[in-house]
Write a protein that binds this ligand. Structure first.
Ligand code: C5P
Length: 228
């Protein structure tokens, strides 16, 4: 039998997937897999080693050989390591929007996506899985699929607020540009582009609080017999 996630949540950067995913996972008593962490971890190490999207073989080699571990607790302890690569905690380096082009460029490479498929399926079994192609490619048989969307302005503002929480020096304009670059690349790539999976519940989150989005997500889960 192939692995199946309980719930997949796809959508563009800054739509609120991770925030809502974390709360939904806690409410359902499930683990949470944020698949973006795997792509981010790869990009951090690729940058360190001078590997860009044009270095296809080196990027694929890194994706196949790095030992990336990601936390899957819905509520990790504050300050806990979310991601380790070959044992090193690299959590602090994950959210640099200046690396948007490298990040989405690496994620567009078919060999990189193929290498990261197995860890996603292993870690995401029975979990709430957040990503770009979680419901379309990674877990096409998931019983409940969600797609969160929001306008570009709202998404840039949310991402900037999230990053400011970690680093007060964050420049909102720079963050907005990074989000735009990733959006363009994530939607236009040939393999597994960001798209609404067949059968997904689309939640337009502009003007909604996190609590309201969570309520809509839980209602969708209940319609599929999840969450009581
Ligand atoms: O979800 P997050 O914004 O952290 O993802 C960072 C980047 O990783 C995305 O912009 C995308 O290029 C890539 N990604 C992907 N497929 C996923 C998750 C993330 O291509 N399932």
């Amino acid at each position: 039998m192939t692995a199946t996630a309980a719930v997949t949540i796809d959508g563009p950067a800054g739509a609120g997937k991770t925030t809502v995913g974390r709360q939904l996972a806690a409410a359902l008593g499930r683990p949470l897999l944020d698949t973006g962490l795997l792509y981010r971890a790869l990009a951090v190490i690729a940058r360190r080693r001078g590997v860009g999207p044009q270095d296809r073989d080196a990027a694929a080699h890194l994706a196949r050989t790095l030992a990336i571990t990601v936390a899957t607790e819905a509520h990790p302890a504050p300050g806990a390591a979310l991601v380790r690569v070959d044992g090193e905690d690299i959590t602090w380096a994950l959210w640099d929007e200046d690396q948007a082009e490298r990040l989405s460029g690496l994620a567009a490479l078919p060999a990189v996506r193929a290498a990261l498929l197995e860890p996603q399926r292993r870690l995401g079994e029975g979990a709430v899985v957040v990503g770009r192609d979680a419901g379309s490619v990674v877990f096409p048989d998931a019983p409940c699929k969600l797609y969160l969307d929001a306008s570009p302005e709202v998404r840039a503002a949310r991402r900037a607020a999230e990053l400011r929480g970690r680093d007060a020096a964050t420049d909102p304009a720079r963050v907005g540009r990074g989000v735009q670059v990733r959006d363009r690349l994530d939607r236009s790539r040939a393999l597994a582009p960001l798209a609404v999976p067949a059968g997904a519940h689309v939640i337009a989150t502009d003007g909604l609080t996190v609590g309201e989005v969570l309520a809509a997500a839980l209602a969708a889960c209940r319609a599929h017999g999840l969450g009581g």
